[in-house]
Design a protein around this ligand. Structure first.
Ligand code: FUB
Length: 446
């Protein structure tokens, strides 16, 4: 896990602020799902669900279990700050504090205030099923104060709120199908009767609506169970409440078999991004999920290019920080495996295992700033001993460093002299030159 934290003491309260540095998944010290990403004041804010494992008396074993929400922020999509808990089930006046069902949320800014929308079951005696509540803050990272009651007229999950160019706010939610309504200017009450949104496949569960507008087109994105598990689809319209026209599959069912997916789309510094989730840190239990982000691209006609999830994710990695080659951009078809560093504590992350001479792994977009770095550090171990080479894509014969990893059981950090210095943003290739079995945790330059 690559993060450090500090504690701030303010009027007797302890606020913990964690700084996380990661590719996909983005957050590595807890489970995160259902990402709603937003750009506020030039920063990206991430409002995910917070999956935990149910324990006796706390949630239902084998099912989704969530008791609160954190918010994270980033200026570069690579380094994320955890601002801590913003809303929890025992601080919402109307919510059942024994339900552990704080499902997919959203947040939006209106007139200088931040409105956080979240689904939760009401206290016994209240509405059945899920209601949608609102908590309000003066800052995107909180503190958020929950409204005394949920929004009247909404029964369902996965709220999503968008404000149109004319200032009219819309709220969307799911209850098997997708629904929408106008919101009043106070952002707390419906201004129109809910309507079932039209234009989506009739069969199969649809949930997680997330609407965005680009060049006058309203894109409704949503997870849909077309076969056995969810995939991401989208539909287009020239009206925020539709009717929509089904436009295709955005992202296929996950290769890992994670049953759910859930998305949000933002434009940040002239690039579009899709946030989604997978079960990277919990391969055997898909209700403990992790948020990811990758770039999203549009075709000339406004349709969205089908999306391929990656481990490398987005952003430029600085060469002087720890680079995890296991979050690779590409690798040789055989001879390289990715595995957990510690199967008993998956939050420790992954390692790359090289097993075949010539096998390689590529990691894109590393910034050599300052340029002409002189040394490479590698945290590695090898049961056999062996030699690794590192080079820059496009210059295979110009070896940056040759690393003779000695035989041994323990992880150790070794320093090697750079043979050929570089500058700018480069794609790195790490390759096993010799035979043997070599494991690499991270590399960094100095
Ligand atoms: O996280 C609980 C539920 O799983 C969400 O509300 C759905 O969108 C699905 O991701």
């Amino acid at each position: 896990m690559k993060y450090f934290s500090r504690c701030l003491t303010l009027t007797g309260l302890i606020f913990s602020v964690n700084y996380l540095m990661a590719q996909n998944p983005l957050i590595r010290d807890q489970f995160t799902a259902d990402p709603s990403a937003r750009v506020f004041n030039g920063k990206v804010y991430l409002y995910p669900s917070h999956d935990i494992l149910a324990t006796p008396g706390h949630g239902k074993a084998g099912w989704f279990c969530m008791q609160d929400y954190h918010v994270f922020s980033s200026t570069n999509l690579t380094d994320w700050t955890d601002h801590g808990v913003i809303v929890s089930q025992n601080k919402v006046p109307w919510a059942d504090s024994a339900a552990y069902s704080m499902w997919a949320p959203d947040c939006i800014e209106h007139a200088g205030k931040y409105y956080f929308y979240f689904p939760a079951p009401a206290k016994p005696g209240g509405a059945r099923g899920f209601s949608v509540g609102v908590a309000v803050a003066n800052d995107p990272s909180g503190p958020f104060v929950s409204q005394p009651s949920p929004i009247a007229g909404i029964h369902g999950i996965d709220p999503n709120v968008q404000i149109d160019k004319d200032g009219q706010a819309y709220i969307y939610w799911a209850q098997g199908n997708l629904y929408g309504a106008k919101l009043k200017a106070n952002m707390l009450e419906l201004a129109s009767e809910p309507v079932k949104l039209e234009g989506f496949p009739d069969k199969g569960l649809k949930e997680g609506p997330y609407l965005f507008e680009r060049k006058g087109i309203y894109y409704m994105t949503y997870p849909h169970v077309a076969d056995k598990i969810e995939r991401l689809e989208y539909a287009m319209s020239n009206n925020p409440l539709g009717p929509f026209k089904y436009a295709g599959v955005l992202m296929d069912e996950s290769a890992s078999g994670c049953w759910t997916n859930h998305q949000s789309v933002i434009e940040f510094k002239n690039q579009w991004y899709l946030f989604y989730h997978n079960n990277d840190l919990s391969p055997n239990f898909d209700k403990n999920r992790s948020v990811r982000v990758d770039s999203l691209f549009f075709n000339e006609d406004g349709s969205i290019r089908k999306f391929t999830p990656t481990l490398r994710g987005v952003g430029v990695s600085n060469a002087t920080k720890k680079i995890e080659m296991d979050r690779f951009s590409a690798k040789s078809p055989s001879g390289v495996e990715i595995a957990f560093l510690d199967t008993l504590n998956k939050f420790k992350g992954w390692k790359t295992i090289f097993e075949k001479p010539g096998s390689w792994i590529k990691y894109k977009s590393v910034s050599f700033d300052p340029p002409k770095l002189k040394y490479l550090n590698i945290n590695a171990r090898s049961a056999t001993g062996g030699t690794l080479l590192i080079s820059i894509e496009g210059a295979p014969n110009k070896i940056m460093a040759k690393m003779n990893i000695p035989k041994g059981d323990s992880w150790s950090v070794s320093k090697y002299k750079i043979l050929s210095t570089t500058s700018g943003v480069k794609n790195l290739i790490l390759q096993l030159q010799s035979s043997g079995n070599l494991e690499v945790d991270w590399i960094s330059f100095e």
